[in-house]
Ligand binder design. Structure first.
Ligand code: PHE
Length: 451
């Protein structure tokens, strides 16, 4: 059977942007930015996206289009020996990420529904916190996790053209327009000046003292938000014909993804400051607590809230389908299973892995810190080593297709991948592992001791 390909040229870009734009931009970016010092983090993060993220997207695109295979098969075809096992890292990473991603996406579905049925008229941050507690864990959480995974399975079972391409075409433009409108609304709030100061003027002293936590956080966030390090972009590029300019596409994808994240900051921080909430407080629940407080306070807050939470649910869907697609394309190509049974079996397995997160949020940290701080960074590191040192000539030639003569730019790209990316990512990985070890021996050990 011939492998499926994208129905239109823009279909590929939209799908890749749909994968990139998701909870990473809207839920994760603002709370990590808040935790890591606002403008200081934003600056490092932007540098990371431009200098490390962009060349790293090209690494995955080149592998996918060259082999027209799923990530596991692609690496096996190109490499040999130990590289044959790299694909497994991607499958494991995909499982871990999607399991909690779906739970968090379920919270957004739940909050959308709350707006429709009850509105967000809460008495203040305490009540908003109690509401988050009731949504985040327990039966509600389990139910909406199940609903979200069912949607993801349905879209993936329908196939590349029927499912992903059509869905993303509608979702992505809608998200950008809605966020833009909400950012304009945020601008009219009194607190916006203070919020912009916090968000936009980097404190270099903070960078100098906190770089050991800012660097791995920025690296992890950059790879997470660009869907890098687990084969998503390999998979999407594997459905491409030969004619695209991959560098132009990567620029559009990184640019749009960054635009959405930066826009989210323009929405979230004015609302937080208006509600008098410290931007780093609250972790994964922070955005829900603060935004429901804000939506309860401001005129037209109920409508805005329903729109915002619903929009994030949609953005999460187009990202989640890209993760399940990696796992499913593996089963289809490598094991010869049909799309429908592969989608259902893997989707149900991911759902089960996510169930502990709906019981206690310590599992969210356990999974997120592992996936974001270690697995994605490790995956990106190995891919950079692979392309830079194992198959550099094939990679450079593949990048040239659809662009024409690269000249010294192709060589520059290979050297950026070979040395600076590898070094920076290696340092980030080391710091990420130290951080995770701290978590396992600190918070997790405490949690276990309290059982
Ligand atoms: N990029 C997605 C987001 O920002 C998450 C994601 C990570 C998707 C890794 C695929 C692979 O929400």
């Amino acid at each position: 059977m011939a492998r499926e390909t994208w129905a239109t040229r823009t279909g590929f870009i939209l799908a890749a942007v749909g994968s990139a734009v998701g909870l990473g931009n809207i839920w994760r970016f603002p709370f990590i930015t808040g935790q890591e010092g606002g403008g200081a983090f934003l600056l490092v993060y932007l540098l990371f996206v431009a200098l490390i993220g962009f060349p790293a997207i090209l690494v995955e695109f080149v592998i996918g289009r060259y082999t027209h295979l799923n990530p596991v098969g692609a690496i096996r075809e190109l490499g040999s020996g130990v590289w044959n096992h790299l694909g497994w890292l991607f499958v494991v990473t995909g499982f871990v990420i999607l399991s909690y991603y779906s739970v968090v996406a379920g919270w957004f579905l739940r909050y959308t529904l709350i707006g429709v049925t009850d509105g967000y008229a809460l008495s203040g941050a305490d009540e908003a916190g109690a509401l988050f507690g009731s949504v985040a864990t327990g039966l509600d959480s389990l139910l909406f996790h199940a609903v979200f995974m069912a949607l993801v399975i349905g879209i993936i079972a329908a196939g590349v053209r029927g499912g992903i391409e059509l869905g993303v075409k509608v979702m992505v433009p809608a998200i950008v327009v809605l966020l833009g409108a909400m950012a304009v609304y945020g601008f009219t709030l009194d607190a916006s000046t203070a919020a912009y100061g916090y968000y936009l003027s980097p404190d270099f002293g903070t960078i100098a003292t906190d770089w050991q936590s800012i660097l791995p956080a920025a690296a992890g966030q950059a790879f997470f938000t660009l869907s890098l390090g687990m084969g998503v972009m390999i998979t999407y590029a594997s459905y491409l014909g030969e004619d695209r300019n991959l560098a132009a596409d990567a620029g559009v994808i990184a640019g749009l993804d960054t635009l959405v994240a930066v826009l989210v900051g323009f929405v979230v921080f004015p609302f937080l400051f208006a509600a008098g909430i410290e931007p780093g407080a609250g972790g994964p629940g922070g955005i829900f607590v603060s935004l429901t407080t804000a939506f309860g306070d401001i005129p037209a807050g109920r409508v805005l809230g329903v729109v915002f939470f619903g929009m994030v649910g949609i953005a999460a869907l187009s990202s989640a389908i890209s993760i399940l697609e990696v796992l499913v394309s593996y089963l289809i190509d490598e094991v010869g299973v049909d799309r429908l049974p592969a989608s259902v079996a893997l989707g149900v397995a991911v759902f089960l892995l996510g169930v502990p997160v709906t019981v206690d949020l310590i599992f969210l940290d356990l999974f997120d810190k592992l996936a974001d701080g270690i697995l994605l960074v490790l995956g990106s590191l190995l891919l950079a080593l692979f392309v830079g040192w194992v198959v550099p000539d094939a990679a450079r030639a593949e990048l040239g297709k659809g662009i024409g003569d690269l000249g010294s730019l192709g060589t520059a790209w290979i050297w950026i991948v070979r040395v600076p990316i590898v070094v920076v990512v290696l340092v980030s990985l080391y710091l990420g592992i130290v951080d995770y070890a701290d978590f396992l021996t600190g918070d997790l050990a405490e949690w276990l001791a309290a059982r």
